[in-house]
Design a protein around this ligand. Structure first.
Ligand SMILES: Cc1cc2nc3c(=O)[nH]c(=O)nc-3n(C[C@H](O)[C@H](O)[C@H](O)COP(=O)(O)OP(=O)(O)OC[C@H]3O[C@@H](n4cnc5c(N)ncnc54)[C@H](O)[C@@H]3O)c2cc1C
Length: 477
């Protein structure tokens, strides 16, 4: 494929805006911005720009609109659908938010933090902690993912059950539009019924409508009680019954309910240093239950004990442990968060990030397992995830001894099998990772023509020149 190259004059004009020290053109410097963590997509770009102010972002976009230059916003480059990767063979320019990383204000009484979009998620969590508050978004990639990326993918993570996803955690936004105009929507209001919700359009837009430069995020009082239990279960049906029991008993204190298969425990104990099987006994399925209470430490203890006693008495749980310290709680979560990286050493892995109504999870899993095994005997299904949100990462590791390339060549075929069952249960083919390049063509085939047409009209209204992250989410004709 031949790569389009913009004129040296155009490149120089962009470089002038940020200064030569903040514009990368050397192939070795650009390389990390062109690949994503799964290695499925590799893009090309003549230039990576690292603006240091909102004004510089505005000038870049104004010039891009005037010259019809495609711009790809990039945060921490941890996205799973290649929305942050420039297209191959095109001259898309990467706009990295990494230098816009200042916390602008923090108000513990108002329970808000105002931050640049390039702040790393872990730094926001730390800043909240420093003023005795909690910012509850938590993901395996929190040490690198940035707030603008979290917003643009409407990230979920481990505490959605109690606090919601990024859409629920954001009060206001500042966005630079493709024309270079700046929309200051940095409002701190919980109630604001004044017309169309522009904020909600930018959240989850995957950088196709504008560049998020700042955000007002919600903080919460830190819970006083925190308990994490890990339970061995005989079936997905038992997991659903346990979730039902936990929701009724704990109400809003139920913060996380994660499902893991035996194969996932084997992968993590085999490949992730320091991870050990927390139970002495072997079970087909496991649940990690996270409970946090705002009134006292004792109430969380009472809740977890009450839940486990009742669930064991009812035969829902075969064996369980409760973490005895914060370090043990972190160890259990570390095991859960290691499920993704632990699949890598096992060879190729075909991924699905699906959601179905939670009560349909057992039926979905049974049907998907049967269809996948029929199509690919020996496939090793490692389906795990945020069961409490109805969100399962239905991943398939290659059969033992299979050829990795040949296995990965069946990605679309396996997606079609799994997604057909997802749709049968009125589910979603992207629960939390977005559409990007990976699922773009599939989106067009599963949403109704009117829905796609409305999305196109929105895109055109914001970005008539079509410069914002073209070819992501929607096809660019
Ligand atoms: C180990 C691991 C665990 C993960 N766990 C989860 C999880 O539990 N839940 C979950 O939801 N995701 C998860 N992810 C996916 C990913 O971390 C999230 O999608 C994250 O929110 C992306 O943030 P980022 O800064 O890396 O964005 P990037 O990957 O850089 O970009 C993602 C998208 O946002 C756009 N974008 C980035 N910044 C801006 C901006 N300022 N303005 C406009 N558009 C922008 C990009 O163009 C792209 O389309 C995980 C990823 C990894 C590697």
């Amino acid at each position: 494929m031949t790569t389009i190259t913009p004129s040296p004059e155009l490149i120089a004009s962009f470089v002038d805006i940020v200064g030569p020290g903040n514009a990368l053109t050397a192939p070795a410097e650009i390389a990390p911005y062109l690949v994503e963590s799964r290695g499925l997509y590799r893009g090309t770009t003549p230039l990576v720009l690292k603006p240091g102010s909102v004004d510089e972002v505005s000038r870049i976009l104004r010039l891009a609109s005037e010259t019809r230059t495609a711009i790809v916003p990039q945060g921490g480059n941890t996205g799973h659908v290649a929305g942050q990767i420039p297209r191959e063979g095109k001259a898309d320019m990467v706009l990295s938010l990494e230098r816009l990383n200042r916390i602008r204000d923090i108000d513990p009484v108002g329970n808000v933090i105002v931050a640049d979009a390039g702040c790393i998620l872990a730094d926001i969590q730390k800043a909240a902690d420093d003023v005795d508050r909690l910012f509850p978004l938590s993901l395996g990639s929190e040490g690198s993912a940035r707030i603008g990326g979290n917003l643009s993918t409407n990230a979920g993570g481990t505490a959605v059950l109690a606090y919601g996803n990024m859409r629920q955690l954001c009060l206001g936004l500042e966005v630079v539009l493709p024309t270079g105009e700046i929309w200051d929507g940095l409002r701190r209001l919980k109630k604001d019924n004044t017309g169309y919700d522009l904020r909600d359009l930018f959240i989850g837009a995957e950088g196709t409508l504008g560049v998020v430069t700042g955000a007002v995020l919600k903080l919460f009082p830190k819970p006083l009680g925190h308990q994490v239990a890990f339970a061995g279960l005989k079936s997905v049906e038992a997991a659903l019954a346990l979730f039902d029991r936990a929701s009724s008993l704990c109400g809003p204190a139920l913060t996380g309910f994660e499902l893991m298969p035996r194969l996932g425990i084997e992968f993590t104990t085999r490949h992730i240093p320091g991870v050990r099987d927390p139970l002495q006994t072997i079970h087909p399925w496991y649940a990690l239950i996270d409970i946090s209470t705002s009134d006292s430490a004792e109430s969380a203890e009472r809740m977890v004990e009450g839940l486990l006693e009742a669930a064991i008495a009812d035969g829902l749980i075969e064996n369980a442990i409760v973490a005895q310290s914060e370090a043990q709680r972190r160890t259990l979560w570390h095991m859960r968060e290691s499920m993704s990286p632990a699949q890598k050493p096992e060879g190729g892995s075909i991924k699905h990030d699906i959601s179905v109504p939670i009560s349909s999870i057992p039926a979905f899993m049974a049907e998907a397992d049967a269809m996948v095994m029929a199509a690919m005997p020996g496939a090793r299904i490692c389906a795990f995830g945020h069961m409490g949100d109805g969100n399962i990462h239905y991943n398939i590791s290659q059969p033992l001894g299979a050829d990795k390339e040949a296995f990965l060549g069946r990605w679309r075929e396996m997606n079609a099998i799994v997604h057909a069952i997802v749709l049968k249960y009125n589910g979603s083919i992207s629960a939390e990772h977005g559409i990007g390049q990976l699922k773009r063509d599939e989106l067009a085939s599963i949403r109704s023509p009117i829905e796609i047409e409305l999305m196109r009209r929105i895109k055109h209204a914001f970005d008539p020149a079509g410069i914002m992250n073209p070819g992501k989410l929607l096809r660019q004709d």
